[in-house]
Design a protein around this ligand. Sequence first.
Ligand code: CUA
Length: 414
Amino acid sequence: MRLTSLLTTTARWGRAALALGGLALLPGCDLNFWRMDGPQSTIDVAGPVARSQLMVFYVTCWVTLVIFIIVASVLAYATVKFKARTAADEHAEPPAQAHGNPLIELGLIGASVFALVIIAVPTLKAIWFTYDVPVGEKANAYTVNATAYQWWFRFDYPAEQIEGVGPLTTSNELVIPAGRPVRINLRAMDVIHSFWVPKLAGKVDMIPNRGNFIWLQADAPGYFWGQCAEYCGDSHAVMRFRVIALGPKDFNDWLNREMAPARQVAAVKPTVQFASYTFKTDWKRNEYGYSGRYDANPLQAWRVKQEPEPNEDPALVARGRELFKDKTCFSCHKVRGQHDVGSPAYPDLTHVGSRTTIAAGLLENNADQLARWLSHPDEVKPGNKMYLSGYLANNIRLTRDDITALVAYLQSLK
Ligand code: CUA
């Protein structure tokens, strides 16, 4: 009799555990999900600011886990101990009722205060630490200005002034020195956005007409995902960016390349080879534009992007450069040294070919995705200005050959 009831109970618990296990497997249906080391993981951190924030999370988790275990044990004990065991128990009078026990109440107040202090001490320390670059590190800090627009990010480097132009400017991919604190001044030009690089630091809002800042640091060279974390309109969900942290030499080399005007490819071939070039055209509206083939070694993929594309067709590039003007792209987008009209209110494309992503970190920077972005900007990023005030307002029509040439041109801008 005892054995059967024990077996029934065991089976019941087993099923419950299986059900829980099944639930646990649902979200990703694979174990990768439970490693929690995805590109936007706040658990798998890569810098001191995110690490101190993670510590606060862990301390809070452990304290609440201890409280949960104590409360659940007392509840389980009371449930088992005072359970009605016989028919007589079920009709018995309840035990004598009492109100208040000073020892227990004072004890509970004391325990709550103690638990709060355990959480408060590391929390206050983390608030202090994450607020601004530590005093001793200030002289070593590098400053970048980040400006948010619907729906992309502009990054200015005030320490790198280009004669007659102003600070070095890039878009959607923020390159920083690794192992050094980086102070980022946050600005917004239209609505409220939020700057978030999960592996490096928590989010801070970018508010129009109100200066804000964040600091972060990458422990080592790496490639990090970031995104806008404040709802900001139609394409908020696809307003992303990347952070590339480089060692001192790599960072300086990058600065030197970036300060230079756009790479000029001389047209030496007499004719344009449109036919030799094909790209995918049957895109579904929400089709993923990121293959994941960079993920194994994204930093290496970024390095490859700094080099000229293989199979570059100089005549095609030259045709693309003309089209960039003919189709009025140049009136918004600056390509320093070739098309200098553009305004800082639109992504600077001087070195767009050397970025790993386009369309604010949404699409991989390759010929297929560039062609997709140029042919269907409204589908990739609904409500974007390039489509509304560019394509529609200026009645821009691009043929397949136009797109082929523009893609080759954009890819040549290293
Ligand atoms: Cu910008 Cu959400």
